[in-house]
Design a protein around this ligand. Structure first.
Ligand SMILES: [Fe+2]
Ligand SMILES: [Fe+2]
Length: 192
């Protein structure tokens, strides 16, 4: 049985219509498009942080997270090419807003930069968890990738908390705003 046949077996997500009546193809396309955008945004956030804090003591830890995000991005870039998924039209937004968010919070100080990481990674954690659930038994390989990346995003969040994220001035307002913005960017990039 080919992989495509397996994926089309009864009981797989493909055969149950999904919320909002997305076809299986549309779901996969949407997942790859938004995850590619999100990982691109993550790379830009960390680049923005490094532009400000590159020489700070926190620079090494930020650099390691940035390198991991680059690997995430490369994976979704390859998947986009493989499955011929066009990137979101919002790529320029992710490019600019990601960098501005990273650099802007870093300018407020190291703890604010960490609060930004915490907020973004919490949103990504719930985002990836939701996708893994939607995929169900279909697309085992893609689901495994998403779950692996999700575990790494949780590590980033934990590292940010350990580095003082929650002591950032205005932590609740700052993380709340970043989460709202991130969720909106995700919602739009799934659709555009
Ligand atoms: Fe990532
Ligand atoms: Fe991350």
């Amino acid at each position: 049985m080919t992989k495509a046949d397996q994926d089309n077996q009864p009981g797989n997500t493909a055969d149950e219509r999904l919320p909002g009546d997305l076809t299986r193809e549309q779901l996969i396309e949407r997942i790859i498009r938004v995850d590619h955008a999100g990982e691109y945004g993550a790379v830009r956030i960390y680049q923005g942080q490094l532009a400000v804090l590159g020489r700070h003591a926190a620079g090494g830890a930020i650099k390691r997270m940035a390198d991991q995000e680059k690997r995430h991005l490369a994976t979704f870039e390859a998947l986009s090419n493989e499955r011929r998924v066009r990137p979101t039209v919002l790529t320029p937004l992710w490019h600019a807003a990601g960098f501005a968010l990273g650099a802007g919070t870093a300018l407020l100080g190291k703890k604010a930069a960490m609060a930004c990481t915490q907020a973004v990674e919490e949103v990504i954690d719930e985002h990836y968890a939701g996708q893994a659930e939607k995929l169900g038994q279909a697309e085992a390989e893609l689901r495994t990738t998403i779950e692996k990346f999700r575990a790494e995003e949780i590590e980033h969040r934990d590292a940010a908390i350990a580095a003082g994220a929650e002591d950032a001035p205005g932590h609740t307002v700052l993380t709340g705003a970043i989460k709202t913005g991130s969720r909106l960017a995700i919602w739009l990039s799934e659709r555009l």
